[in-house]
Ligand binder design. Structure first.
Ligand code: SF4
Length: 311
């Protein structure tokens, strides 16, 4: 797409693969959902080191139809922006803007920036105390409903008096952007740009005692990612046996990728048949929804995993 990509490497100077380097440092303890050192050491830290102390905007492509914040850097010189969502701001920025201590400042900005028709209504919403029935998200959405560009401009002006990276910008084009990018839009963007869908999303057929099923990898990330579903491990075993073997070779001294079993156990023929059977049964239950396969599996897997790794 004509964009320059800088590839960063963790454990620079180490003579072994970066993952192996950190695995040794962590005493052979494989990463897991509870101890996700892989993302921290191999992705977040190299990115933070590369950025250094320079004010940086980090664009996080969480879609408008996802309800999550993501695993983002907390360094003060790195500000996360969510261009695909209606709310482009991070939770931390919104908490600050709508905090009662900043109410008068926000009202002043609203008086300066709001258009005549919406100004009074916006000020009423800003003044409305929060309660169980009117929480921070309600307040935020009410302000967006009244005028998203005005609210964005209020935030932008407010940030000018802070050290947030955006305070160094004279303007910001996303302030007036009301587009929300949802899942179908992402597929469309991939198709229109010529990038296409990654091959691992291709839906492949399998047979189980005469029954036909399908499987695919449900998202990007490392081949051995502990977040993958069991049917994806089976997919890896059957479609990329070399990578499955490599993942297996990391399971030593009682450390396993999956909490319930080793990959050696998971790859036994009877266990594979059982996982496929369970997968088929789940698909039958979902058949009434008449949705596309990829969309189904994305639904199945969303809410888990880390946003720095998965698209
Ligand atoms: S894809 Fe999975 S294994 Fe890879 S860094 Fe992310 S969480 Fe860790």
């Amino acid at each position: 797409m004509g964009k320059k990509i800088t590839k960063l490497r963790a454990a620079q100077g180490s003579t072994v693969d970066p993952f192996d380097h950190f695995l040794t440092l962590y005493g052979g303890f494989l990463p897991s959902g509870q101890a996700r050192w892989c993302t921290k050491e191999l992705k977040l830290r190299p990115f933070e080191r590369y950025v250094g102390d320079a004010p940086t905007l980090s664009y996080v492509a969480i879609r408008g139809d996802e309800d999550r914040e993501g695993y983002i850097s907390r360094k003060p010189n790195i500000q996360a922006i969510f261009p695909f969502r209606r709310n482009i701001w991070s939770r931390e920025v919104i908490n600050k803007i709508l905090h009662r201590d900043n109410k008068e400042r926000i009202i002043t900005l609203c008086e300066e920036l709001g258009d005549n028709k919406k100004r009074e209504a916006m000020i009423r919403v800003i003044r409305q105390p929060m309660s169980d029935n009117f929480n921070l998200d309600h307040k935020l959405n009410a302000l967006f409903d009244l005028s998203l560009p005005t609210f964005n401009r209020i935030v932008f002006e407010f940030l000018k008096a802070t050290n947030y990276p955006l305070s160094f910008s004279a303007d910001f084009p996303l302030l007036d952007d009301e587009n929300v990018i949802v899942r179908d839009d992402v597929f469309q963007l991939l198709a229109d740009s010529g990038v296409g869908m990654p091959k691992y999303y291709d839906v492949l057929d399998f047979k189980l005692n005469g029954d036909a099923g399908t499987y695919a990898r449900s998202r990007s990330g490392c081949y051995f990612c502990f977040y993958q579903q069991r049917i994806e491990w089976v997919w890896l075993y059957e479609q990329h046996p070399d990578l499955f073997k490599q993942a297996m070779s990391y399971e030593k001294d009682g450390f396993t990728w999956s909490q319930r079993e080793t990959l050696a156990e998971l790859s036994q023929p009877e266990r594979i048949a059982q996982i496929k059977r369970e997968h088929l049964e789940r698909r039958v239950k979902k058949n009434n929804t008449k949705r596309q396969y990829l969309i189904d599996i994305l639904d199945d897997s969303e809410g888990e995993g880390c946003n720095i790794c998965f698209i």
